[in-house]
Design a protein around this ligand. Structure first.
Ligand code: NAD
Ligand code: UGA
Length: 434
């Protein structure tokens, strides 16, 4: 099939590349000229496991990059919109980019096309896109607008796109939805065909529900700290109940990234715009931002005054396997530490080039051990595998004080204590079974 994907960010680029890998002819369009020029040379702007190989396999044969929307639209049957929908001042969803793309598509329509929105957009956006295309497009050309929200996660985006648990397609005409479903047929996954607005709502409801799970378990975790229970054991015990499940119940520093904070705030605003006041979701957001402060208090309690102290920070990205720094807990935690006079040494396996301009008065280190040199505590902010496999004997010789404050619960408290470290996790109470 001939497909155009507009927007070459995490979603657009991965979607375009994977569609090409499935045998389609794909043109990826972006307004960012530099990004496009680099992609044309095979330089990938983001870190995403598996993406480089796919681009290598398809670039120049089935996969093309351009800034020229007009040719891309005219030579495709399916046009995906995958541009960013950033949060506005009050958390509302900024739909400027989607509207601009809809207008651009309209101005170049030369025959029937299916316009598919993959960006996360307020409920009702499908109708707005239709109105824009009708207003700016030729009157003698027909089109369909379809909603196809994306559920991939950064760090496993390629795998998520090629092995989705479900694909959601919303449309006002079933025939258009079925044509889009054909693109996903090789993936052999459940395909939910529904109306436009329900599809748009599925996306927000899914993200808000996952974010709620995280805030829920963080509150349970903080109570575990108080009463001496271990949240990991609690989750294990809960997870066998198939109504609950074990996923998205990792207590820690709260959710970051470009999606959960933005989409939960966005949904609250969508509610307000429709005379509906969410009561649960503002709390979900507040619990989430408090969780960073809760971690900082643990640090202050354990290390004492930070003046003249050295702290090693392992992990900067908002989650492992990505270099994305958007809404990363490190962006709140590190400035708080340096403001209190701590010398902070940081290490992240992939996010450091991106993070360099984001932190002042911080030493960027080549590996976790260099960061830990003479440290009064090692703080874990991202659960990279590299930290799970650390050599504790080596670490013990390097640090000034054997203290690990683990914001991601990557270690077993008993094992770490046996290695001679003071270990503070999140909700890892002292109660033990012997
Ligand atoms: P991104 O910021 O990584 O990339 C967006 C791209 O769109 C940029 O390259 C930008 O230059 C381009 N763009 C903006 N306006 C344009 C225009 N008028 N014409 C052409 N290109 C334009 O964004 P992203 O993370 O890929 O997210 C895209 C959408 O998908 C958002 O709505 C987001 O909420 C949603 N989403 C993101 C993820 C994720 O994991 N990042 C997952 C699911 C859904
Ligand atoms: C999330 C969703 O998982 C995707 O399904 C969705 O498509 C995407 O948002 C989006 O709409 O953009 P992503 O933000 O890439 O994907 O990453 P997640 O793995 O969901 O993690 C989000 C945040 O929650 C991270 O900061 C992570 O550390 C945190 N998290 C996750 C927890 O604190 N605990 C958990 O149990 C799980």
């Amino acid at each position: 099939m001939r497909i155009t994907v507009v927007g070459t960010g995490y979603v657009g680029l991965v979607t375009g590349c994977c569609f090409a890998d499935l045998g389609n002819v794909v043109t990826c369009v972006d307004v960012n000229r530099k990004k496009v020029q680099e992609l044309q040379k095979g330089i990938i702007p983001i870190y995403e496991p598996g993406l480089e190989e796919i681009i290598k396999r398809n670039r120049g044969q089935r996969l093309f990059f351009t800034t020229d929307l007009s040719k891309a639209v005219q030579t495709s049957d399916f046009i995906f919109i995958a541009v960013n929908t950033p949060p506005g001042k009050n958390g509302e969803v900024d739909i400027t980019n989607v509207k601009a793309v809809a207008k651009g598509i309209a101005q170049h329509l030369n025959g029937y096309k299916i316009i598919i929105n993959k960006s996360t957009v307020p409920i009702g956006m499908g109708d707005i896109v239709s109105q824009i295309v009708q207003k700016y497009g030729p009157s003698n050309v027909s089109f369909d607008v379809v909603s196809n929200p994306e559920f991939l996660r950064e760090g496993s985006a390629v795998a998520d796109l090629l092995r989705p648990e479900r694909v959601v397609i919303g449309a006002s005409r079933r025939s258009a939805a079925q044509k889009v479903a054909e693109i996903y047929k090789p993936l052999q996954c459940p395909i939910v065909i529904t109306d436009l607005k329900s599809a748009e709502m599925i996306k927000y409801a899914s993200n808000a529900f996952l974010a709620t799970k995280i805030s829920f378990i963080n509150e349970i975790s903080n109570l575990c700290d108080q009463v001496g229970a271990d949240v990991q054991q609690v989750v294990k015990g809960m997870s066998y109940d198939s109504r609950i499940g074990g996923q998205f119940l990792n207590a820690g520093l709260g959710f970051g990234g470009s999606c959960f904070p933005k989409d939960v705030s966005g949904l609250v605003q969508i509610g307000k715009n429709n005379k509906f006041k969410f009561r649960l979701l503002p709390e979900v957001l507040e619990i989430n931002s408090d969780q960073r402060q809760y971690f900082l208090k643990k640090v202050y309690r354990e290390v004492g005054s930070l003046k003249g102290k050295t702290l090693a920070v392992w992990g900067l990205a908002f989650k492992p396997n990505t270099d994305d720094m958007r809404e990363a807990p490190s962006l709140t935690i590190i400035p708080a530490l340096t403001a209190k006079g701590a010398k902070v040494n940081v290490y992240d396996p992939v996010a450091m080039p991106r993070a360099k301009s984001m932190f002042k008065k911080v030493k960027f280190c080549k590996n976790p051990y260099e960061a830990a040199k003479n440290a009064d505590a090692v703080l874990i902010l991202t659960e990279w595998n590299e930290f799970i496999q650390v050599d504790f004997q080596k670490l013990k010789k390097i640090v000034r004080k054997s203290v690990i404050i683990d914001g991601r619960n990557i270690y077993d408290p008993i094992e770490i204590a046996e290695k001679g470290f003071v270990y503070l996790g999140m909700g890892r109470g002292a109660s033990r079974i012997f």
